[in-house]
Design a protein. Sequence first.
Length: 160
Amino acid sequence: MPQDRHSIGIALIAVAVFLLLGKLGFFQFLGALFWPVIILAAGVVLHLLYFGRSLPAVALIPGGILITYSIMFLVCNLFSWHLMTYIWPGFIFGVAVGLYEFHLYDRYAPGGVLTAAIVLAIISAALFGMTLIFALGVYFIALGLLAAGIVLIVRRPKMR
């Protein structure tokens, strides 16, 4: 009987701590910050099921997409959602990653899968580069003008 009292007491203390942490917003904070980990876990599970020979290689397509997207969401959660302004081409890149994994691990994958993965990766890289140029182009122009001004001031004219 005393053993039961100790077990019930420990259980009551655990429930009380759980309730207090919930009331203080601890679980809401963790959920708001780390919800992309759930998406990451789903992608990892798809990979594990493929490598465990439970699913066909086509499961790697959504697995690669989910892992790529979860990394993007986690970066935005940790730093700022304004970063999505710059990293949105990652959505296209996620599809490229999934298709490339499918091509890599399925010897019977159609030939166009690799081509599609490469084309999507190039499009993603080009859009990422254009996003950076449009967002940071003013700074590049300012640096170029600054360098040209310094060159004009420092350079000595040629004597004839």
